[in-house]
Design a protein around this ligand. Structure first.
Ligand SMILES: Cc1cc2nc3c(=O)[nH]c(=O)nc-3n(C[C@H](O)[C@H](O)[C@H](O)COP(=O)(O)OP(=O)(O)OC[C@H]3O[C@@H](n4cnc5c(N)ncnc54)[C@H](O)[C@@H]3O)c2cc1C
Length: 462
């Protein structure tokens, strides 16, 4: 098996096939081992977030006062020290996993010569041919850049080069209020940059619970973030003293830097897909079936290059599933119930449906809420704003959705996911004993709240 791309999808495909006894090779540029995930995406952005939280002392201010900071003037060097350390270690882990499993790593990029053969272009410019029974395309994406904007990588940035800025900007415009845009908006706001978010749509993160999005907006406003919803950028100008973002409505926003977060484009334009009998859509994405097979059945595609949901979490599972299928190993269908984690400050996570979706689908539900300020652990860590919300079916008492906002949300959500995945009811959570004092206890508190409401409902109906 030959795998193009060493991001989460490619890695897991390669290792799974190797474990099943196949001869496997992965192709990627030597400076990109680990993929976008490790170099410009998930890992550096989440490490940067940890560095921001630690150095700014933001999460400790409820306990030690609003002026509390671990370090006064936080420099880019302070932030990147942690990222470089983590990325370096992770590269080592990935290389060692591939070596341990006897996966060959070819340094360079690949393009199709025919449906079984790849031309490997090495850094020296030399090309050699490699053929394989199965090929997995896991080449990922790059940030989409509107043609009308002149990106310079210093003041007009995309989410790749935001990691290599020279200093923390005093002011910043973020274009696009999607997940990546809002994560970076949170980080820069926490660092003290004056952030303005510009978004074409009327709001942000519309897949999330409305109450959670409102809370996030309140928190970010508190960090001086300004929102310009329903606005389109007409032009971004670069001036000696900074940038000027001109909106179609006529507003002008001066800032030290502008970051575009306007979606991503599949990395397929240099693959010569036609030589293998394949095509990509306008956004560079490849179509696959439920086994991640392209229309050419021995060629698979996984990860961001196949589009939604474009998460490292799913890319890994798709890689494994594709390899199992290629090797004739039984593989179950990926569970529909997938958690979403958004690392804004505070963080958001959910699984299942939202109140709005349930209402639209005419599915009755009752809610149960736990607020961190009512939990001993919430007081200990100084998070008074966090909350967990359960959406429960009054008919069979099963969980329909879990929504969490605040410290540890992206970890806590897996409890709800497990209960939902195993078909558990709210009564399981009521009767369970949780470690104390923990944030996980919020499940019990929210479950009790929900069952109290359900009891009211039953009483009235008696
Ligand atoms: C800022 C940011 C934050 C994110 N945060 C999260 C998060 O918190 N959680 C989460 O789950 N996901 C997150 N994501 C998404 C996540 O990074 C991607 O879903 C994941 O990286 C996709 O993995 P992949 O296997 O498709 O490959 P990628 O990680 O995209 O890597 C693709 C690899 O293919 C290589 N390649 C390209 N063309 C060729 C070629 N012709 N030959 C050989 N190799 C080639 C590239 O060099 C690259 O190394 C984030 C993304 C971004 C940009």
């Amino acid at each position: 098996m030959l795998v193009l791309g060493s991001g989460p999808g490619g890695q897991k495909a390669a290792i799974a096939a190797a474990k099943l006894g196949r001869r496997v090779a992965v192709v990627d540029r030597p400076d990109m081992v680990g993929g976008v995930s490790l170099h410009t995406g998930t890992i550096p952005s989440k490490t940067l977030r940890e560095a921001v939280l630690y150095l700014t002392g933001l999460t400790q201010r409820d306990l030690y006062g609003q002026s509390y900071r671990l370090k006064e003037n936080i420099t880019v060097a302070d932030l990147t020290a942690r990222t470089e350390h983590v990325v370096g270690r992770e590269i080592d882990v990935i290389r060692s996993q591939l070596t341990r499993n006897h996966v060959t790593l070819f340094a360079g990029t690949g393009r199709f010569v025919d449906d079984h053969t790849i031309a490997l272009r090495e850094v020296t410019g030399q090309e050699r041919l490699i053929s394989a029974e199965h090929i997995v395309i896991a080449t990922g994406t790059r940030p989409a850049r509107p043609d009308s904007v002149e990106f310079d990588g210093r003041t007009i940035l995309d989410s790749d080069n935001v990691l290599t800025i020279e200093r923390v900007p005093q002011s910043m415009v973020i274009v696009g209020a999607g997940v990546i845009g809002m994560e970076y908006a949170s980080m820069f706001a926490a660092l003290g940059s004056k952030v303005t978010v510009v978004e074409k749509r009327a709001g942000m993160l519309d897949m999330c619970d409305v109450e959670v999005v409102e809370s996030l907006r309140y928190h970010l406003r508190d960090l001086a973030v300004a929102f310009r919803f329903g606005e389109t950028v007409a032009a971004v100008e670069r001036h000696p003293r900074g940038t000027l973002t001109v909106l179609e409505s006529g507003k002008k926003i001066p800032a030290d830097a502008v970051m575009y977060s306007a979606g991503r484009q599949g990395l397929t334009d240099e693959l010569d897909l036609d030589k293998a009998g394949l095509t990509a859509d306008r956004r560079g994405r490849i179509e696959v079936d439920e086994h991640y097979r392209t229309p050419v059945p021995h060629i698979y595609a996984v990860g961001d290059v196949i589009g939604f949901p474009a998460l490292a979490a799913t890319a890994m599972e798709q890689g494994r599933a594709a390899a199992y299928h290629a090797c004739g190993e039984p593989v179950g269908q990926m569970h529909d119930l997938q958690p979403i984690g958004i690392y804004t400050i505070p963080e958001i996570s959910f699984v299942g449906r939202t109140e709005d979706q349930l209402t639209e689908e005419r599915v009755p539900f009752e809610i149960g809420v736990a607020r961190y300020r009512e939990l001993a652990r919430g007081q200990i860590i100084g998070d008074a704003h966090g909350m967990l919300k359960l959406l429960v079916s009054p008919q069979d008492r099963k969980l329909l959705g879990v929504h969490c906002f605040g410290t540890g949300a992206t970890e806590l959500i897996h409890i709800g996911q497990s209960v939902m995945g195993c078909g558990g009811t709210v009564d399981y959570l009521v009767n369970a004993v949780f470690n104390y004092p923990t944030l996980a206890e919020s499940y019990k508190v929210a479950a009790l709240d929900a069952t109290n409401r359900l009891r009211e409902l039953d009483r009235i109906g008696e």
